[in-house]
Design a protein around this ligand. Structure first.
Ligand SMILES: [Zn+2]
Ligand SMILES: [Zn+2]
Length: 264
């Protein structure tokens, strides 16, 4: 039987900008648009998607690396923006006018765009109302979980991510590199803190809690270019996966090249 399309690509990921494509035959969504509009369009084209097919942009939180091109792209493509009321209140001046409309969703609730069901849940991050998400397609068992910009792995997050067949998981820093690095002490504290970002070790801890036989793709995301190196993050996760004999497609997302389209 030919598998119906339910796909994702991490178009760009890291502190310079974040954007993820989620798509079915009928619906194409961007989760965050935190790079220049041109670069996001280029990344979409690199995975074979015409930017005019995008139906909506969903925003996780107000940091620039997640919203910088959101307003521009919504205007250029004449598509709506999905954002929580609180997040919108603190960044509407940056997003400017969205002629196709602003739709509000709430953490803890499910909403729908086309045939994609989206569940938003609170993230612990230093913002007014940060969200992480799971995505399901109508009448389909498969599930995508996306958790980046997370301070600490809450029980809520672990519960929401259970049964995901594809996971996009923050693996922001190597703790030693962060502590020995050039960042000022306050910034190191922020990153390490309960409202900052997850380390490579924490990423493994979370995956250990949610892994199940049907998990088939794992993308490590939002890696720090200063305080991490892709090989370290990958090796730590790979060692864990080998230790439990779990075979899956492990990919490290980067700032400069979109991942291939993964079948969720
Ligand atoms: Zn952030
Ligand atoms: Zn971020």
């Amino acid at each position: 039987m030919v598998e119906k399309k339910f796909q994702t690509s991490v178009l760009t990921s890291g502190s310079k900008g974040n954007s993820i494509l989620i798509r079915t035959e009928k619906t194409n969504i961007l989760l965050d648009a935190g790079l220049s509009g041109k670069k996001i369009i280029f990344a979409l084209q690199s995975v074979g998607i015409d930017e005019h097919k995008i139906d909506a942009i969903v925003i996780s939180h107000e940091h620039n690396d997640h919203i910088s091109a959101a307003g521009i792209l919504c205007r250029k493509l004449n598509i709506p923006l999905y954002i929580t009321t609180l997040t919108y209140s603190v960044c509407r001046h940056k997003l400017k006018n969205i002629p196709a409309g602003v739709c509000h969703f709430s953490n803890g609730k499910t909403f729908k765009i086309g045939d994609i069901e989206i569940r938003a849940f609170q993230s612990s991050h230093d913002v007014v109302d940060g969200s992480n998400f799971t995505f399901k397609k109508e009448n389909c068992e498969k599930k995508l979980a996306v958790a980046t910009d997370v301070g600490f792995p809450s029980n809520l997050m672990v519960t929401q991510m259970k049964n995901a067949t594809t996971v996009i998981m923050e693996s922001n820093h190597d703790v030693k590199m962060l502590l020995n690095g050039q960042y000022p002490p306050q910034l190191k504290q922020r990153i390490k803190g309960k409202q900052g970002h997850l380390s490579n070790e924490q990423a493994v801890e979370i995956i250990a809690k949610i892994i199940h036989p049907k998990m088939r793709n794992l993308v490590l995301a939002h890696l720090s270019e200063e305080n991490n190196c892709p090989q370290k993050a990958e090796k730590l996760m790979q060692n864990y996966l080998r230790s439990i004999n779990h075979n899956l497609e492990l990919i490290v997302a980067t700032q400069h090249k979109a991942t291939k389209l993964l079948q969720i």
